[in-house]
Every structure is written in C-alpha cells, then in structure tokens.
Design a protein around this ligand. Structure first.
Ligand code: KG4
Ligand code: ZN
Length: 338
C-alpha cells in the first residue's frame, strides 16, 4: 500500500510517499526556518501563510521524486495535531481535498506518533521491538513514552514547562547565536568544558519522570546579566555546561523509565535527537545498564512527512477511516494514552 503523507504542524511543509509503512519512495521537506529566524521563533500567522504557498509545490515534488501520480496512491495520512492550528489546517484541508476528489481513504495522524514511527523506515534490523521506551525530544515536546505497539502508547513523563529544543533555542538566542540555535550550541560545546558552570539539576526527584527546563533558562539569563554575553572559550564553556545540564536530565529520566519497565530497548526521536552529546550519553547509559539504543538518521529526526505516512499506514491497514469533517486539533492527545 502506497501512502501519501502530509505534514504542516509547525514550520515545515512536507509531503512523502511510503510503501507498506517501511519503504520511502519520496520525502520532500520545505523548511521556513529562514522566514522565522529574524523573529527568534516561529510566528504562527506567517507559518500558515507559507504552508498555503508551499503545500502544492511540495506535493508535486513528492510525486515527481517517486515517479508516481496520484493514480498510484492508495491512501492519505495527514498530521491533524498537536501543533499550530492555522498551520495544521493547511495540510488537513489539502489531504481532505485529495481524498474527496480521488475517493482515497484518509487518516489523521498524531504528530508524535509520526516521530515515533520514523525509526521503522530504516529496515527491520535497525528498528526497536515492542515494547520499548521512547525519549521524544523536539522543539515542541519532551516526553518519555512506553511504546507498546503501533498506535499503542502510554505517556510516562513530559515537560512541565519548556521543551528541550525550546530551551536550547531560547538560550541560543540569549547568547546571540540565532534561531534555531540547538545545533549551534551543540557545535560550540564540543570545544568547551562542561564543568565550567554549575547549573542547577532540574526536577531531580527519583521516580518522577517529568522534566522542567525553565529553571535552567532563568539561571542562564541571570548569568548573562551578571557576566555579559560570552565570547571565545567562555562561550564554548557556557554552551557545554548548559548542554550537559539538559542532557543529564534527559538521560537520567530515560534510565529511570527503562528501569521501571525493565525495558531492553530505547528509541531516541525528535529534532533534539540530533544532539551529539545526547546520543553519546544515551549510548553510554545503554552500555552500562544493558539496553539497546535506536536513533533514526538526522533528516528523519526533524519534522518530515515520511514518518506521518509510516504511522498512517498502520491505521489505514487496521481499517481506520477519517470522514471529510476531519479537523485539526492543536492539543490532540496521544492515541492509546488513557
Ligand atoms: O522535531 P523538530 O524538527 O521540530 C519540532 O517538532 O519541534 O525539532 C527542532 C528542534 C529545535 O528546537 C532545534 O534547536 C533542535 O530541535 N535541535 C537541536 C539540535 N539539532 C536540532 N538541539 C540540540 N542539539 C542539536 N544538534
Ligand atoms: Zn516534530
């Protein structure tokens, strides 16, 4: 079954065609990062407008890249939430229009279920088995999830304030490193001393799997007010220390979740999974505690539509169908989460 995936929940307009939930025939992403960079964050109204302009060209490119036409598509999967409602609506409306005009089955997909499905696009030997623990870290989410099967998830912990990527981006802005700044902090931190600054340890209570990053952000703000915006080696040390604090929190809670479930496998998903220190530390924790770690390649960690098509495939095969009154839901709960 060839599934057309469409995604427009934040600032990426994406379309992809995936066969049987595992083979990527095309994967096209148009990023608006440059549009929002000068504002230091995503401007919802601008995001919606750019999705409207980009959605048809992106869809056309995805069909061309696969060498297919809409006649070759067997079903459509679209992100229906969570996300920016005006942004989500663009792909949802496009998907409904195609489904109606072509008489194709349609399903709405939870954006995080998409992220959790990216790992299955690398072939069975590079995919985790069920059940496993997922650490999902992006610009909008920081969650630990008990993944019982396709479409069966239980949220074990989440951030109480900022998402990990959001914390990286806000601190990068504070340090004058542009937007989005997570990757810049990662790069600068490689030359820095992670023990130079003593940041507080956030939400350190044993057994509690929730996160909080706003305290780290405030601590950094106070530091910059007292010391000024750092440069050179000090900047590298500041980046390394901040990154160390975030990564330590993420890895500590993931270890705790693995221990609670006696899990053997962990997947790392979302845009922050690109962080080199996080990958290293989680792999090291896996070696020490005896769990295997699976991470999709970087381009599948950030927002894309191949992951949405992969997730939607399982819903379509199960016979699920969305009606043409399918609506975007900015606060959609994760499926299977009681
Ligand atoms: O998953 P994603 O593309 O978008 C959302 O759904 O939010 O994640 C984007 C986030 C941004 O906050 C970006 O700064 C962060 O991922 N990010 C990183 C790195 N690469 C991207 N954060 C830390 N280190 C990185 N190397
Ligand atoms: Zn995302």
């Amino acid at each position: 079954m060839r599934v057309l995936g469409l995604e427009s929940s934040c600032d990426e307009t994406a379309a992809a065609i995936v066969e049987d939930g595992v083979r990527v025939l095309s994967d096209v992403v148009s990023s608006q990062a440059e549009v929002h960079a000068k504002f230091g964050g995503v401007v919802p109204e601008l995001a919606s407008r750019h999705h409207v302009v980009n959605v048809i060209p992106v869809l056309t490119s995805a069909l061309a890249e696969a060498g297919l036409s809409l006649d070759d598509v067997d079903g459509i999967a679209v992100t229906r939430g969570p996300g920016l409602v005006g942004a989500l609506l663009v792909a949802v409306q496009a998907a409904k229009a195609i489904a109606f005009s072509r008489g194709l089955p349609l399903v709405g997909v939870h954006h995080l279920e998409g992220h959790l499905s990216a790992v299955f696009l690398d072939g069975p030997e590079r995919a985790p088995r069920f059940p496993h623990v997922a650490l999902l870290v992006s610009g909008g989410h920081t969650s630990i999830i008990d993944v019982r099967g396709h479409g069966r998830y239980r949220l074990m912990g989440a951030t109480r304030d900022d998402a990990a990527g959001e914390a990286f981006d806000k601190v990068a802005k504070l340090l004058g490193l542009g937007y989005p700044g997570g990757a810049v902090i990662d790069r600068l931190a490689r030359g820095g001393d992670a023990t130079a600054l003593k940041l507080p340890k956030p939400m350190n209570r044993r057994g509690d799997l929730d996160f909080s990053f706003s305290g780290l952000k405030t601590w950094m703000l106070t530091w910059v007010r007292e010391h000024g915006v750092p440069t050179g080696q000090t900047l590298a040390d500041v980046c390394a220390s901040f990154q160390h604090a975030v990564v330590t929190s993420l890895v500590t809670k993931t270890r705790e979740a693995v221990a609670q479930l006696a899990a053997e496998e962990v997947q790392l998903a979302g845009g922050v999974a690109a962080n080199s220190r996080l990958r290293e530390e989680l792999l090291r924790a896996g070696e020490e505690d005896g769990f295997r770690v699976f991470v999709p390649p970087p381009k599948r960690c950030t927002d894309n539509a191949a992951m949405i098509a992969a997730a939607g495939y399982h819903h379509l095969v199960a016979g699920e169908r969305a009606a043409l009154d399918l609506n975007a839901d900015a606060a959609l709960p994760l499926p299977g989460d009681p």
